[in-house]
Design a protein around this ligand. Structure first.
Ligand code: SF4
Length: 735
């Protein structure tokens, strides 16, 4: 990416932060909070997640069979099924169906957005009216959706009122939400009544009965399906589920995951063509029994790349998506900038990368794929348990392989990774952080001085896209491992130890945050643990985050090779950096043989989790520094939360007498290299501003700031005047 492209990207994001950010934040944040509440109160959540996942896996596996089954069911009901190969094919068929139509009313459907059916129909002379309120607003405003569930979440009530008053010039200016809704209902009600064709999407299509399920909060989808005498439903083939009894768990989960409602206002199940006669609005006195009962129904099942996605082991999981939007709502970057940046031609949010790459091609995904920082917060929030960050990394890797620049010769073979020369240099730099850190420490303090000099910062910004406003990490010349060796290794001999542990020397602790590593050694020793810090490869988190999958995989194998003898010897692997632990517990499953990944995962502990376990098993907490009521503001790490490990830190600190205030903000905004990148610096700071605000409140202002992740510590240092530390440093009696 050129410096100019980065500048334009940064400008676009800044513009959206200024114009749409506040509304997106309020609305996506509201959906997210409501979802948490709804799920807290719903005991069967995990059980149903497992159930829907299994149904989806089965349905996608049997997709060709289900397509044939639904064809038979719909035809037996009197309707028609058309399997459209792509958007052009689907639109051609729909245009034929709507050949004599003057007007068509449509309910909200991302699949129809995907094929641009409105444009196609309007070109063939059909007036199309969106009847979902959010879509109607966008049609009037001539804008595109910014969210897959709430398409106009970027607009304010005031903005919509101004738009309607300008466009429709009502007798009395519209102002309140009620007035706007009532106006739209009346306006659209007339269009539905007069329409020749009604078009809907389908949240689910039941193969064995031909039942279309529409899950909505407005009644217009149902009205659009049953009022005109021709109904066209457009759905991706992945919407097929085998039987009616499979529907219930999806209905239980979709509204909770999308908006936090136990169920939407309308759940419509139709096995069209419906048998009720159409109402003749021109002669309201005619009894309905005398009306024409001749109805048409067309189910357009869209492939548009889905068969190829099904055949693609890495993208296949995307087809399990039920489009609830939870991955967008729970994503900090999305909450701040919305789908007009974090989205492609049609889809937005975390899973959009998979959809865009599958249905529109990699280029559409490339535009926004980097906005997923791999924090993994969405994974626990996805009702179908899709590994959304992994899909993002895979597509990023594929994009890297498609890139080539005139500067390739500068980096080819320069760094020890398996990636192609064509990969952009910014990614190569951040992806090889471990090598950089080794060089940085080996040549410190010169490396720090050079890297922080103004000319170097200007060059780094121009050619590598490292934003000059960020303070670069300072490499220590005495690494943690050097320090450990120079003190003669562990001060607790194995003969006197209760346990033996390997402290994993991650690149940040070993080269930059050395003090937290020293504190961890002393804390473990104080609790009777003998410690080793062997040379172990970097986890691969850095290359993974840049989509350098081959390099990350090599790291995984190297780490396992380095640690296997310690696992064999029954030593515990203690990890300070949560993102590295998350690699061991998550992505290594994809890189290592199952048995190796399991062994490493079950032997590894986050440092504060490990201390908690030692104390629970009888270690003497008095050996650790006492808090004596010291007031602490604590921010845990995204991946630590995903692993469910933040509670251990709070418990240990409170046990030692600290008064702990935990941040309610889920993300610091830094996310590894993300916040260093020129194009994302402002977004990163915007996300971080929420944490800053919380740590500047009266309750938090004078507290000691602690955070578990390197990125969080760096971001907090840039947001606050107070220095921040890792929680293990508070337990170190030497401090
Ligand atoms: S990936 Fe999961 S969370 Fe995201 S929209 Fe699809 S089903 Fe919802």
């Amino acid at each position: 990416m050129s410096a100019e492209t980065r500048r334009e990207k940064a400008q676009h994001i800044r513009h959206l932060l200024d114009t749409e950010g506040e509304n997106v934040r309020a609305n996506a944040g509201h959906f997210n909070e409501s979802r948490y509440d709804a799920i807290d109160e719903f005991d069967e959540y995990e059980e149903l997640r497992t159930e829907v996942r299994a149904i989806k896996e089965d349905a996608i596996e049997r997709l060709p069979e289900l397509v044939e089954q639904v064809r038979e069911s719909v035809e037996a009901n009197g309707g028609t099924v058309y399997l459209a190969e792509d958007a052009t094919d689907a639109n051609r068929y729909i245009e034929e169906v709507a050949d004599d139509a003057e007007t068509l009313v449509k309910s909200k459907s991302m699949t129809t957005e995907e094929i641009d059916v409105n444009d196609a129909l309007e070109k063939s002379g059909v007036d199309v009216y969106e009847t979902d309120l959010g879509e109607f607003v966008l049609q009037v405003a001539d804008e595109t959706p910014s969210h897959i569930v709430g398409p106009s979440i970027h607009k304010s009530r005031e903005g919509i009122a101004e738009l309607f008053n300008d466009q429709f010039d009502p007798d009395e200016p519209l102002e309140s939400a009620e007035e706007l809704t009532e106006f739209a209902r009346d306006y659209l009600g007339e269009r539905i009544r007069d329409a020749d064709v009604g078009m809907t999407g389908a949240n689910f299509v039941v193969a064995d009965s031909g039942t279309i399920t529409l899950v909505t909060n407005e009644g217009n989808a149902r009205k659009s399906a049953v009022t005109p005498d021709t109904h066209v439903a457009v759905a991706g083939v992945e919407k097929l589920i085998p039987t009616l009894s499979d529907l219930q768990p999806f209905v239980e989960l979709i509204a909770r995951s999308a908006t936090g409602q136990p169920i939407t206002q309308y759940v419509t199940m139709l096995s069209p063509p419906v048998e009720t006669p159409t109402v003749d609005f021109e002669s309201p006195d005619t009894p309905i029994s005398e009306s024409d009962g001749d109805r048409e129904f067309h189910l357009v099942l869209l492939d548009n790349g889905r068969t190829a996605m099904r055949d693609d082991d890495q993208l296949r999981e995307t087809l399990y998506c039920i489009r609830c939007g939870a991955c967008a709502n729970s994503c900090a970057n999305f909450q701040h900038v919305g789908g007009h940046a974090f989205g492609g031609e049609t889809y937005s949010g975390g899973i959009a990368t998979g959809w865009e790459a599958g249905v529109h091609g990699q280029q559409s995904a490339e535009e926004f794929n980097d906005l997923c920082t791999g924090c993994s917060r969405c994974v626990n929030n996805c009702p179908v348990k899709i590994d959304i960050p992994w899909i993002n990394e895979v597509v990023r890797d594929r994009i890297n392989h498609d890139e080539s620049t005139e500067f390739d010769f500068l980096v080819e073979g320069l760094t020890p990774d398996e990636e192609p020369g064509g990969m952009n240099m910014q990614k190569r730099l951040f992806g090889n952080y471990a090598t950089l850190a080794e060089w940085g420490s080996a040549t410190a303090p010169l490396s720090n001085w050079v890297a922080r000099s103004r000319p170097a910062r200007a060059l780094m910004e121009r050619f590598l896209g490292v934003d000059r406003r960020r303070v670069l990490p300072k490499f220590e010349s005495e690494t943690l491992r050097k320090w450990f060796d120079s003190r003669g290794g562990s001060r607790v001999s194995p003969a006197d130890a209760d346990r033996e542990a390997v402290l994993y020397p991650d690149a940040y602790t070993n080269h930059v945050q050395v003090e937290r590593g020293k504190a961890a050694v002393r804390v473990l020793e104080a609790l009777g643990v003998t410690v080793e810090i062997p040379a172990v490869a970097a986890s691969g988190r850095a290359p993974l985050s840049q989509g350098m999958l081959s390099t990350a995989e090599r790291h995984a194998h190297d780490v396992y090779a380095d640690l296997a003898e310690h696992i064999d010897a029954d030593r515990d692997i203690v990890v300070i950096e949560p993102s590295d632990l998350a690699m061991f517990a998550g992505e290594y499953e994809k890189f290592l043989p199952e048995r190796s990944a399991e062994r490493l995962d079950s032997s590894s502990y986050e440092i504060m989790e490990y201390v908690y376990g030692l104390l629970e098993n009888g270690a003497d907490s008095n050996e650790l520094r006492a808090g004596d009521g010291e007031r602490v503001a604590y921010h845990s790490h995204c991946q630590q939360r995903t692993l469910g490990l933040e509670a251990h830190t709070v418990a240990v600190l409170e046990d030692r007498g600290y008064d702990v205030l935990t941040s309610e903000v889920e993300c610091c905004g830094m996310a590894g290299s993300f916040g260093y990148k020129r194009e994302y610096y402002e977004l990163s700071m915007d996300v971080g501003s929420e944490l800053e605000a919380q740590f500047r409140t009266d309750e938090a202002r004078n507290r000691t700031v602690v955070a578990s992740g390197t990125s969080c510590l760096e971001q907090l240092d840039s947001l606050l005047e107070r220095p921040s530390r890792h929680p293990v440093q508070l337990l170190d009696a030497r401090v």
